[in-house]
Design a protein around this ligand. Structure first.
Ligand code: KIV
Ligand code: ZN
Length: 512
């Protein structure tokens, strides 16, 4: 019989540590529901002690998710652990994930603690966490750069205290597959009580080897849990990509011989949802979820695929949900059809009034665009939720003038704290003109780090989805806006980013 491999998703925690990827409670709930639909075993919903917003998000997720275990990260101290336990209280199945750095570098330079202090604190943290749940995960942070003797000492002790999962973290993406896998195997061989815990891998992608390292941890090291994120989102170069792990295990089951519970047909819609909410676009050549992942451009390949698909295809696009990109609704679709599609997409709006407002937006869009795809509906709901959250800045309308040889100008109407205001500006291009117009009123002083435009679906009548990444006083935020007119989408994205800067929510980064 094949062993089961646990898929632990940390999009909502490690993924959220990507610059500007912070999400609202509603956004996190939508992603958590999509992960549950995908049959992810464990959802790391956040880091409860990071901020009141994180705490509330975990609590909300713990209240609605029934099929996946809900987990909160916590540093190895009583306050963090108690906060995690409180946020997780409503969960049917809960896990506390506590961690402390074990490498000499982190202990000395970051924690300013001796190895003995770290040893005691790790034990105490696991002992305390076990008072709240019998599902406790322990991670030695920077594990892959830690001394093996010290790791063995700490891990043996935390298992004795009741840790049920040991997560061998390659925090800085330093691992190399053979070495990382072998380290893990050595730990399991040397630690006398290692069979009392499930071993897990957690890899970062700094050298582009997160997926390879995770699989080596499984095959060489005997890990039976992989920590990963949708689209490989995460700190710096990101984490192990869930979609790549799942499809590697499925496509090469002959080699891996492991069972996973994941419903792979949910992969593409979840990938799009995460990218739309966080503003992190998926590169076209990204494995599994990139727009070109199943496109055959060369004549020889096209010819081969037409004769026999398996000449150049090792997976079927529909098996990961690409067939979902089909026309779902149109101008004549009624409110019931719209509501049913929302339910099928796992989008639960809070009240009938919210459904009515979203339906009104849908009708507006259907008047301007003949075919409405799932991606359009997802974008429209995101827009509607922003409008509904009583955001400080709200887009109203704009007019814009461009002509070859002339400087583009723009007039933007938007509301600030409910009061409508009109501003004008000119710039080197239409988007520059609208940003200058808005800045003439807001004077945020923020620096624009990134501006990207993506087509939500195919064809020239697709809506454009714009991401603007702003930075101010050390804070980085992403704003996303979508519209058939990419200049309007840009204005919405800019205002969305300003809203995030305006809401002064501070978060503690667990790894700092
Ligand atoms: O990368 C890391 O070390 C982490 C831990 C908190 C598991 O994210
Ligand atoms: Zn991490």
């Amino acid at each position: 019989m094949a062993d089961k491999l646990i898929i632990f998703d940390t999009t909502l925690r490690d993924g959220e540590q990507s610059p500007g990827a912070s999400m609202t409670r509603e956004e996190k709930l939508r992603i958590a529901k999509a992960l549950e639909r995908m049959k992810v075993d464990v959802i790391e919903a956040g880091f409860a002690a990071a901020s009141p917003g994180d705490f509330e998000s975990i609590k909300a997720i713990a209240s609605v998710i029934r099929d996946s275990t809900v987990c909160s990260l916590s540093r190895a101290n009583d306050r963090d652990i108690a906060r995690a336990a409180e946020a997780l209280a409503p969960a049917e199945r809960k896990r506390i994930h506590t961690f402390i750095a074990t490498s000499a570098l982190h202990m000395e330079k970051k924690l300013r603690m001796t190895p003995d202090q770290v040893f005691e604190q790790a034990k105490q943290a696991v002992r305390y966490a076990r008072q709240f749940t019998d599902d406790v995960e322990f991670s030695p942070e920077d594990g892959s750069r830690s001394d093996m003797d010290f790791l063995c000492r700490v891990i043996e002790a935390v298992i004795a205290e009741g840790a049920t999962t040991i997560n061998f973290a390659d925090t800085v993406g330093y691992g190399v597959p053979e070495l990382y896998g072998t380290m893990l195997r050595t730990l399991r061989e040397r630690i006398p009580n290692s069979d009392k815990a499930v071993w897990s891998v957690h890899c970062h992608n700094d050298l582009g080897m997160a997926v390879a390292n995770s699989l080596a941890g499984v095959m060489i090291g005997g890990a039976r849990q992989i920590e990963c994120t949708i689209n490989g989102l995460g700190e710096r170069a990101g984490n192990t990509a869930l979609e790549e792990i799942v499809m590697a295990l499925r496509t090469r089951r002959d080699h891996f011989n492991l069972d996973i519970a994941i419903d792979a047909t949910q992969i593409v819609s979840t990938s799009k949802l995460v990218s739309q909410i966080t503003g992190f676009a998926v590169q076209p050549n990204k494995a599994v979820v990139g727009a070109n992942a199943f496109a055959h451009a060369s004549g020889i390949h096209q010819d081969g695929v037409l004769k026999a698909r398996d000449t150049y295809e090792i997976m079927r696009a529909e098996d990961v949900g690409w067939s979902a990109n089909k026309i779902v609704l149109g101008k004549l679709s009624g409110r019931n059809a719209f509501k049913q599609r929302l339910e099928e997409l796992g989008i639960a709006l809070e009240s009938e009034a919210d459904v009515n407002a979203a339906f009104a937006r849908f009708k507006e869009l259907a008047d301007r665009k003949s075919d409405i795809f799932d991606e359009d509906i997802m974008a429209l709901v995101s827009d509607e939720q922003h409008a509904h959250q009583n955001e400080f800045y709200q887009f109203v309308s704009l007019s814009q003038q461009s002509e070859t040889g002339e400087k583009p100008t723009a007039k933007v109407v938007f509301s600030m704290d409910g009061k409508e205001s009109t501003c004008s500006g000119e710039g080197n291009g239409p988007v520059d003109a609208i940003v200058n117009a808005i800045e003439s009123k807001v004077a945020s002083g923020a620096e624009l780090l990134l501006f990207s435009v993506n087509a939500i679906t195919t064809g020239t009548e697709s809506q454009g989805e714009v991401t603007m990444r702003l930075s101010k006083a050390g804070r980085i935020v992403n704003g996303v806006g979508s519209d058939l007119d990419i200049v309007v989408a840009s204005a919405k994205a800019y205002l969305a980013a300003l809203n995030k800067l305006h809401s002064k929510l501070e978060r503690v980064n667990p790894q700092l």
